[in-house]
Design a protein around this ligand. Sequence first.
Ligand code: NDP
Length: 247
Amino acid sequence: MTQQLTAVVTGASSGIGAATARALAGAGYHVFCAARRAERIEALAAEIGGTAVVTDVTSQQSVEDLAAVVGERLDVLVNNAGGAFGLAPVAQADTDDWRRMYDVNVIGLMQVTRALLPALVASGAGAIVNVGSTAGRIAYEGGAGYTAAKHGTKVVTETLRLELWDQPVRVMEIAPGMVRTEEFSLVRFEGDQARAEAVYEGVAEPLVAEDIADAITWMVTRPAHVNVDSLVIKPRAQAAQHKVYRG
Ligand code: NDP
């Protein structure tokens, strides 16, 4: 009997992470669903036949516990946990918000990667997909805390690819533009529904979580010698970060 392929998805309790866990399960993977909210990942794991692992990626102990559950072999790691907090200009920046953004989008990604790398190497054909953002490619007013963190995600990905050049592990990044997920903008604006909805106002078809999940699944299911270094993906309405068609 051939061994079932395994995947870890961080931030699997909502949005892109939950959709990716579903898509990978659909592609035949046993998925370890990692996030802080137990109820949500337990329900998801039950739905897809996966394993829920309550994890805070910013806590080294928590990440080590995740690695212990995963065990000695892992095929795919999707570092998706992340997010934006606030939209304040640099002149009014909230230091704690900036620290939290770096912590989850960069340090968290590093800690999970470091802990799971031996298992990815042991698979003989591991794949890592880091969820960056178009915010890691450009600058926009008020966005510096988040854009700095997502530029970090991109550069850590590039560095890791160089460092693993002789190892059987692909290192990839997906950089989505505007994706309408339930919580991303709500988290950014601390629950302010009106501000969150304004982000997508008039955009008939922003990307949805399933679009990103589909792309990630495509990336990891390419043959082991095919490394999709970086995939920028935006809704058709978003010709550039600032140029969004609102009909
Ligand atoms: P959501 O806010 O819906 O999801 C964020 C996920 O990250 C949640 O599952 C949350 O779970 C998890 N998370 C946050 N902090 C931690 C932590 N410390 N430890 C473990 N899990 C954590 O956002 P999206 O699905 O929209 O975003 C997913 C990723 O995509 C993020 O990296 C985001 O930056 C990126 N992205 C999003 C875009 C968008 O427009 N929506 C565009 C480009 C990139 P919990 O709270 O249960 O821990």
